[in-house]
Design a protein around this ligand. Structure first.
Ligand code: GLY
Ligand code: MN
Ligand code: MN
Length: 458
């Protein structure tokens, strides 16, 4: 494996070779929770991390088309030393990272504002600094032509993971695997969902990882992004756990498992679980370079529609009609997956620019409107595959959905599946030259394997 310094140098040079204008990329600042001195933990912006490899609060990197780069680092005040301890000197940073480091103040006036490209920043303090330095605030919806060129250049790099990135994603996946296994073992009737969440978070922390996103740990799996875990687990519940570690250098994983808290799926839970698993495996086996991700989404949708017809939950049409008319989206409303990298939805700070190939745009169709990825797959991409089934009574009862439910759903049969609230199965896949490698496959997902692990010691 090349040295890390070499990896980051190569990334910066690859970016430089695609640039016509210098690019200024900010690390950002920790946003305040409630008052300025009480902040969320600092985590540098992913574009900065990609090029520099170290979270340096307040720093910015200037990359020139000729291949040279300079890192601008805030000069600590005497009180910083008192409150936050010593900061590494510019010389230390420079020799550690193999990049020229200068005081941040040197940045002002060192370029022509109109000629500089930049990317969206995520906190107010950095936004003001960006505005002062380059004369505008950059956001995904208002990229100037030179910002667009920079965004496209960085997307073209970050879409395909290099060896160092893949090693980091594998590491995040391996910690995620341990955390999910530990969570499954600690699941039993009578425990709080928050305790299972704590098990995951503790395992991340023990391994110097953080959560790549707020974990979802809930028996109310029909709520797509349920935010709270304030439930005692009851006999008959399915527990949906969507949690992934972020490696110490910022790389993400994103895994969902749905498990019966009693240790056994009921027959109805098992029937729907096996259908979602079939859709997931069908989608995974279709992954290879050249395949359009939207087609894989539609393949998984077809498998789900066929299965729901067989179960009798959907009716009055073949799978294509059920998808076309929006009936499948009553139960599988979201996209099959997304890019994964330094962000859990990689580069979504650039809107759909990263997830959608040039000339492709998000559809408003019920089965496609939440699809985050519509590119032809290429080796080196990492994507998630996460089909699901959601039985959301509020969503089905909404007046907007009533006509579809009336026409396509057999409510009597659906009611027999009342112990199936939400099921999602999600893995992380590295696209290879001739297929895909599942980075999170060893986390149990077959019915028998899950039933062996719940509440147990294996
Ligand atoms: N954990 C968020 C997602 O699966 O996309
Ligand atoms: Mn995901
Ligand atoms: Mn997820």
């Amino acid at each position: 494996m090349p040295s890390l310094q070499h990896t980051f140098l190569k990334r910066r040079q690859s970016l430089a070779s695609k640039l016509r204008s210098p690019a200024l990329i900010f690390a950002g600042h920790a946003p305040p929770r409630n008052f300025p001195a009480n902040t969320y933990p600092f985590r540098a912006s992913s574009h900065f991390l990609y090029l520099v490899g170290m979270s340096i609060e307040g720093a910015a990197i200037l990359v020139h088309p000729d291949g040279s780069s300079t890192l601008f680092v805030p000069t600590p005040s005497p009180d910083d030393e008192l409150w936050h301890g010593p900061s590494p000197s510019l010389e230390t940073i420079s020799s550690l990272l193999g990049i020229e480091a200068q005081p941040f103040e040197g940045l002002k006036g060192s370029f022509r504002k109109e000629a500089i490209a930049s990317l969206p920043v995520h906190d107010e303090k950095t936004r003001l600094i960006q505005q002062e330095l380059i004369g505008r605030i950059v956001s995904a919806s208002s990229l100037s032509p030179i910002d667009e060129a920079l965004a496209d250049a960085i997307i073209s790099l970050r879409l395909h993971h290099d060896e160092a990135a893949i090693a980091e994603v594998r590491h995040a996946a391996s910690i995620t695997k341990q955390a999910h296994l530990e969570a499954m073992r600690s699941t039993r009737v009578g425990r709080g969902a928050w305790e299972i969440r704590a098990t995951l978070l503790a395992l991340f922390a023990h391994n110097h990882c953080t959560p790549a996103y707020e974990p979802i740990v809930t028996p109310k799996g029909e709520i797509l992004h349920a935010r709270d875990s304030n439930h005692i687990l009851e006999e008959g519940d399915l527990l949906l756990i969507d949690a992934g570690a972020e490696s110490p250098t910022g790389w993400a994983s994103d895994v969902t498992r749905t498990i019966p808290v009693s240790g056994r799926f009921s027959s109805t839970q098992r029937a729907v679980y096996e259908l979602v698993l079939e859709a997931q495996k069908g989608a995974i086996s279709a992954l290879r370079p050249g395949v359009r991700f939207r087609d894989v989404h539609l393949l998984a949708s077809r498998i789900l529609a066929e299965g729901l017809l067989e179960l009798g939950i959907l009716r009055n049409g073949g799978p294509e009609t059920l998808i076309e008319e929006g009936a499948l989206a009553l139960f599988f409303p979201h996209g099959l997956g997304h890019l994964l990298g330094l962000d859990v939805h990689d580069m979504e700070d650039l809107g759909d620019r990263a997830g959608y190939a040039p000339g492709r745009f998000r559809s408003t169709h019920p089965s496609l409107r939440y699809l985050r990825l519509d590119r032809d797959l290429e080796a080196g991409m990492v994507v998630t595959i996460e089909p699901g089934f959601y039985h959301s009574k509020g969503w089905l009862a909404h007046p907007q959905n009533a006509p579809l439910v009336h026409r396509f759903v057999n409510v009597d049969i659906l009611n027999r599946f009342s112990d199936v609230r939400g099921i999602r199965i999600e893995d992380d896949l590295l696209i290879t030259q001739d297929g895909a490698e599942c980075l999170t496959d060893s986390i149990p997902k077959e019915v028998e394997d899950i039933e062996k692990v719940i509440g147990g010691t294996c």
